[in-house]
Design a protein around this ligand. Structure first.
Ligand SMILES: Nc1ncnc2c1ncn2[C@@H]1O[C@H](COP(=O)(O)OP(=O)(O)OP(=O)(O)O)[C@@H](O)[C@H]1O
Length: 457
């Protein structure tokens, strides 16, 4: 197994240990030391660095495995390693920034899925390479994001499309919304600090330059001078107060470098103090260009004031809802005719017909005796017959009603001489005959009327 020594300037940082090829041994082995400089290699006795990932302004980042976890997963161990000659005050500021990264990751990493989690922060004291004095080192272990950062992606595939940039912009603005809501400003947004993992999820890395937004004023609000040239806005370069819109500016510079494939310095017109990038990204819509240019304005007050505002500008308003169409009740098809719930049985039909015939005959006798046969008596007869049929159809008269009505009308005609005249026998015979004939004839008539009424009512 190969273990990398993390001491800055170690002449032979690669160490090989044959006994650690056995996984079980890795879990149990005691501390190992660099054969060249004597630096302890198992960091915090737990993290085993296997590869140098990169070196930034304040330190180095190593890929390591965590031997205290059952599957010994990979993680990133960052080491504070200031370059150049820093005086005591500058060194303290730099150390403070490094610790700040640990604090921010501890506070935000576990709360947001697109910020790496903090696993550990440790500050061991070890003997120097010459074994003459002690030195203190600062490490933090964090979640390893298995993917490529946007700088690497740009180098590999060239310019990004508008759709790709809009996706990045939206995703990182959402992360910034969270970061700013937690009183933190990242202050070092750039393509190499945005990482896309194998599933395509974008992460915001490197909170080393972050600074808590001062609550209550004081020097805390001032920029400490940690930024990436080209990406930092004027207020940060001049060491003045920084704002959420400071990150929004750097994110816009990130986007234009991705859209144009050119380094930030080549897109800035230092004579006119503005960005001249549109000509290098002709594939970009006017809308996105306008949004990015607003994010890139020199004065913080002129930019979007929050990630939320920038997101809102990016998200087009939803199309106006079409007026709600009230669904028309479908008219029933011609075959669906409303039938009475309770159709007439055959007995009802025949008794109804007999009743109609009986009443018709009585009416005929009464009318002809009173008025003699005339158009008027026939008209009255027709109307009353129609009324009787309708009353039967609506079941206004049914069952015993038929007998009661029949008896009453027969009694009236029989006992009023003016109605039946002198011919009582003729009257009785006539009633019997007409009733019989009427029962048959009117059954057919009644069925026909019933069918017609069923169709139209
Ligand atoms: N959590 C992580 N998961 C995977 N790779 C990471 C992680 N953090 C950092 N890296 C990678 O490690 C390398 C060094 O990162 P580091 O943040 O130390 O410096 P940098 O971003 O290159 O420099 P600077 O400090 O100037 O921003 C980079 O390639 C970065 O992509």
């Amino acid at each position: 197994m190969e273990i990398i020594c993390t001491r800055p300037g170690c002449p032979k940082p690669r160490n090989f240990f044959g006994d650690l090829d056995d996984e079980a041994k890795i879990r149990t082995v005691r501390q190992k030391f660099c054969v060249s400089c004597g630096m302890p290699l198992l960091l915090a006795d737990r993290y085993i660095p296997s590869k140098l990932l990169g070196q930034g302004g304040f330190g180095a980042a190593f890929l390591a495995c965590d031997r205290y976890k059952p599957k010994m997963p990979l993680c990133v161990v960052k080491q504070f390693q200031p370059s150049g000659d820093l005086d005591d005050r500058e060194l303290a500021v730099a150390q403070n920034l490094f610790q700040r990264e640990a604090v921010v990751l501890e506070e935000l990493g576990h709360k947001h899925p697109q910020i790496p989690d903090l696993y550990a922060f440790f500050t061991p004291i070890v003997r120097n390479a010459k074994d003459t004095e002690d030195e203190q080192y600062f490490y933090l272990a964090q979640e390893f994001i298995d993917g490529e950062d946007l700088e690497e992606e740009l180098a590999a595939k060239g310019k990004f499309s508008e759709a790709e940039v809009v996706e990045i912009l939206k995703e990182i603005l959402k992360v910034l919304q969270f970061v700013h809501d937690n009183n933190t400003i990242h202050r070092d947004i750039k393509p190499s600090n945005i990482m896309r993992d194998k599933r395509g999820i974008l992460y915001l890395l490197d909170f080393g330059a972050v600074k808590q937004v001062a609550i209550g004023g004081g020097n805390n609000k001032k920029s400490t001078g940690v930024y990436s040239m080209g990406f930092a806005p004027p207020e940060q370069m001049s060491g003045s107060q920084v704002y959420p819109s400071t990150d929004i500016y750097a994110l816009a510079v990130t986007c234009i470098t991705l859209l144009t494939g050119k380094p930030a310095e080549e897109l800035y017109d230092s004579f006119n103090h503005n960005w001249q990038w549109r000509g290098f990204a002709p594939q970009t819509s006017d809308r996105l260009m306008d949004i990015l240019d607003r994010m890139l304005l020199s004065a913080p007050a002129q930019r979007f004031q929050s990630a939320t505002d920038a997101l809102a500008a990016l998200t087009p308003p939803p199309p106006a809802k079409p007026a709600q169409v009230v669904p028309q009740k479908p008219s029933p098809p011609a075959t669906l005719i409303k039938l009475p719930k309770n159709p007439f049985s055959l007995i009802e039909a025949i008794s109804g017909a007999a009743f109609t015939g009986f009443e018709g005959a009585l009416l005929y006798i009464g009318l002809t005796n009173l008025l003699s046969v005339s158009g008027i008596s026939l008209g009255i007869l027709g109307m009353v017959m129609g009324g009787i049929v309708f009353a039967l159809y609506r079941r206004a008269i049914e069952k015993v009603d038929l007998i009661i009505f029949g008896g009453i009308t027969a009694g009236i005609v029989a006992f009023i001489p003016a109605l039946h005249g002198a011919l009582v026998i003729k009257f009785v015979l006539m009633i019997a005959a007409i009733s019989a004939a009427g029962a048959i004839a009117i059954t057919a008539f009644f069925r026909l009327v019933y069918q017609l009424l069923s169709r139209f009512l």
